[in-house]
Each structure stands twice: as C-alpha cells, then as structure tokens.
Design a protein around this ligand. Structure first.
Ligand code: SIN
Length: 480
C-alpha cells in the first residue's frame, strides 16, 4: 500500500505554503477539488497584513485584538504578528515580488481598522493571484486535481489518511500526517465572494467525525461587493480602494456612513456592512465612488478591478459602482491549538480559514487571512516534524458514499437563501429558529452526502448563533 508522509487537503495559500516548508525527503500529496487555481487565495485582492517592523508588532496586535472584539486568543494573535515579518521575508527571499515604489521600497497600503498602512500587495489588486501562482511554481508536491475528500480515516486517536472521490473512482489514500487547508464556507450563502469550490465540506466532515467546530457564529460580510453578476462568486471591490480614498455614497451622493460611525469608510468591516444593509433596508442605494482617483492611478493601482468593471460596462473611475455586503470569510472553523493541531487526533492539523485558532476572535482584521495561512501552516509543519512517524500503517475498508441525490440542487439553493436571509448580517432569534427548523428538516430527507456535509456546517453556524445571545463583532442580534 502506498503511504505518503503528508496529505494536504487544499491548494490555497495555507496548503501550498505548508508544502514548501516540508523537507524535500518527505513525500507530499496535495488534493485540490476544482482546477487548482480556483480557490479563495487566487481571488484575494487587498493584500497581506504584516507588522511593518519590530516596533509595529504591538500596534498590529492591538488592532487585531480590537477587531476581534475581545474574543481573540491573545497567544495566537501574538504568534501571528511576531511571525509576520519572518514569513514575508521568507517569501521575498524565495523570489516573490511585492509592489514597490520607484526607489525599491515596499509599498504598504491601509485598510479598515488598521492604525497605519501595513498591507503589502502585488500586481496592484492581484495579490492573491500573484501569490498563488508563485507558491504553485515553488512546490515540489504531487498535486491531484478534481478530488473531493469524503472521509477522514481516524481511529485509535490518530489519522491514517483520507478517502477521496475522483469522478466515479473512490479510494483511500494513506498518510502519516494530514493537513486540512481547504478554506471557508462561502457556498452555503446566497451572496458570497468565495471561489466556487469553497463549500464547507471539511467543516461538515469534521462535525460528522465528532471534531470540535469553534466560533462558528462569527461569519464576516464584506461591505463592498458587486452582486449583480450571474456567477455564484460575486465580485469583490477590495477594501484597499477605500484605504486609497474611494468613498461609499447613496443615490444622492451622500457619504451616509458618517452617520453611523465617525471613521466612515475605514470603520471595521462589520460596522460598514451593517450601515449599508440598514441604509438599503430604508430604501436607499449604496455605491462605491472613485471620483477621488485619476484614471491613470486607478488603472495602475487596481488593474484587475479596472478591467473587470470596464468589461461590465462601468466607466470607472468616473462612474460609481452599486455595492452590497456579501459573505466573505469564516472566523470559526475546526478547533486547533496554535500549532494547528486538532485536539484528540494525532498527526491531524488544520490551518488557514478552515481552522479556528481563535486568532480572529469575533471579527477578522482586514488582510490578516493570507498572513494566517502563512504563519500557521509553517508552524503546523514544524510541529509535525517533531512527531513520531514510525507507526506501522494499516488499511481501512473502502466505505461507499452516495454524493448527490435528486432534489439536492433545489435544497442547496434553499440552504443558501436561508443562510443569507436568516443567518446573515443582522440576525433575529425567531429567524435563527426558523433556519434551524429548515436545515433539521432537510437533514432528515433523502439527501446526498455532500449536501449532508454542507448542512452539518450550516447547522453548527445556526446553533452557535443561537447560543450567543448578545451582539459581538460580526455576530449581530437584533430583537426576537
Ligand atoms: C479586501 O481586499 O478587501 C479583502 C481583504 C480581506 O479579506 O482581508
């Protein structure tokens, strides 16, 4: 039987950077669901937050803790910031190029709730795409695309591998160490900015296997998203636009955010999202206005957005773009310690958005997510190298899974609408109860396995939201 030293589930920043940190003597297999580039890292625009130097660490920590509304794991935040300079240096030493000014100095931009500019970017607004391309070019790992992980082979308190489906073929793949780096949960919401394959499978699988999901009520909604395109993934308009001077206005050109928070466009994401949501509920429109930008600046600093919106028929920067909040990021996930270890299962790690170290608390500070992927995947590999890899491996029977059944498509749509309308930006107890009833009913129907996984994740979000009685961070409860 073939045994890999490492199986990594997911090929975004956390999975790829983990693979780069594994010694060349080890065999590594990366499992990717859709074509490898189709992941949240690829679509990340804004950048990577980092402490700009040693002196900035306390301030980066403070901003992260403040955004997390007192619910962060302070040790994890300290680790994130203290290791930020090292991982950025490592990327640069490996040959990655962040954007620089004409004198060769790194360009830092500002995003909401950061007390200073500390976001590095690449290709203007194509940081994720550039990073993903670079990490892919560096990894030596074998990659299998078009693969769905349907089971984690856990027994005797350790992981032995995973069961995968590739088309009609199902097989067990054995590994001494498994790192889950599969990303968030976007596809269970009607409006989201996530890649198509980000559909909460691994969180659901973790729940079915009895692993702990933590902080699941904390779902982040990005305030500036163009939701009128036909695709499932809605178009993000990076926060860096506001960091560079774009404003949010209503149909009369009024900067209404200032009525909600004196920080206006640079207030934390949850505040801006709720303000837009409320203003829209009162019958107003919301737009992102670029009139502070020259065309030359816009084209150079935000080339992807410039091109995408020109193609959609918007004459940016002269014309403003209609926006809405949309689901963007999951703060919660598979509970891990600060080494990415999943408690109770030896040699199983979870890193990046799928994991919950508590680093984001109730709300993530902008651009801390790519950084999280880098810092904690490296630590997971470091820890795994200290473990005992001498155990004799054993085989597991090949259990069959029926992935989809008729009616799943309609139920998935109902799930997405339910999550958006009843478990969204502003929540009510009665609507959360209704959502719980809907998913509980659906769960009992004759459904496919993949939908079952989505429902398990959705249920954990709803239950966590019901358990948290008062508003904090991204979890906002209003009335009964
Ligand atoms: C953005 O570019 O606005 C998103 C960055 C992030 O999610 O932190």
């Amino acid at each position: 039987m073939k045994v890999y030293d490492y199986v990594i589930v997911g090929a975004g920043i956390a999975g790829l950077y983990a693979s780069l940190n594994i010694p060349a003597s080890k065999s590594v297999l990366i499992l990717s669901k859709d074509p490898i580039w189709e992941c949240n890292t690829f679509y990340a625009q804004g950048g990577v937050a980092t402490a700009t130097d040693e002196e900035d660490i306390p301030s980066h920590i403070e901003d992260t803790l403040k955004a997390g509304a007192g619910l962060c794991n302070e040790e994890a935040v300290e680790i994130l910031s203290r290791n930020s300079i090292g991982v950025i240096e490592d990327l640069i030493n490996r040959g990655f190029e962040f954007d620089k000014d004409e004198n060769g100095n790194l360009l830092f931009t500002k995003e909401a709730a950061h007390s200073k500019p500390r976001i590095l970017h690449a290709g203007g607004d194509a940081t994720g795409r550039e990073l993903h391309k670079f990490l892919l070019s560096q990894t030596r790992a074998k990659v299998l695309e078009g693969v769905i992980v349907v089971d984690l082979l856990i027994d005797e308190g350790r992981i032995w591998g995973v069961t995968i489906r590739q088309g009609a073929k199902q097989e067990n793949i054995y590994a001494r160490c498994v790192i889950i780096a599969s990303g968030g949960v976007g596809s269970i919401y009607e409006y989201h900015t996530n890649a198509k394959k980000i559909s909460a499978d691994m969180q659901g699988l973790a729940a079915l296997k009895g692993l702990t999901l933590k902080d699941m009520e904390f779902t982040q909604f990005h305030p500036t998203v163009f939701v009128y395109n036909k695709r499932a993934r809605k178009l993000l308009l990076t926060e860096a636009l506001r960091g560079e001077g774009a404003t949010i206005v209503d149909e009369e050109g009024r900067r209404f955010l200032l009525e909600y928070d004196e920080r206006g466009e640079l207030a934390p994401r949850d505040i801006v999202s709720r303000a837009i949501y409320r203003h829209q509920k009162e019958g107003h429109q919301a737009y992102l206005d670029f009139s502070n930008f020259t065309e030359e600046f816009f084209k150079k600093r935000f080339p992807t957005i410039y091109r995408n919106f020109q193609n959609l028929g918007y004459d940016v920067p002269r014309q403003r773009v209609p926006i809405s909040p949309a689901f963007h990021f999951m703060m919660g996930g598979i509970a891990t310690d600060t080494w990415g270890r999943v408690p109770g299962v030896e040699n199983l790690y979870a890193v990046g958005e799928v994991a919950c170290t508590g680093v984001h608390g109730a709300n993530r500070l902008a651009s801390n997510s790519l950084l999280e992927g880098l810092v904690f995947s490296k630590r997971a590999v470091e820890d795994s190298l200290l473990g005992d890899s001498s155990a004799t491996m054993r085989e597991f029977p090949n259990k069959q899974f029926i992935l989809t059944k008729s009616g799943d498509k309609e139920r998935k749509q109902l799930l997405r609408r339910t999550m958006w309308e009843k478990v969204g930006i502003v929540r009510r107890i009665s609507e959360l109860e209704e959502a719980r009833q809907i998913v509980t009913r659906m769960e009992k129907e004759d459904i496919g396995y993949l939908l079952k996984l989505r429902i398990a994740t959705a249920k954990s979000i709803i239950e966590a939201a019901l358990a948290r009685k008062s508003s904090i961070g991204a979890h906002y409860i209003e009335g009964e």
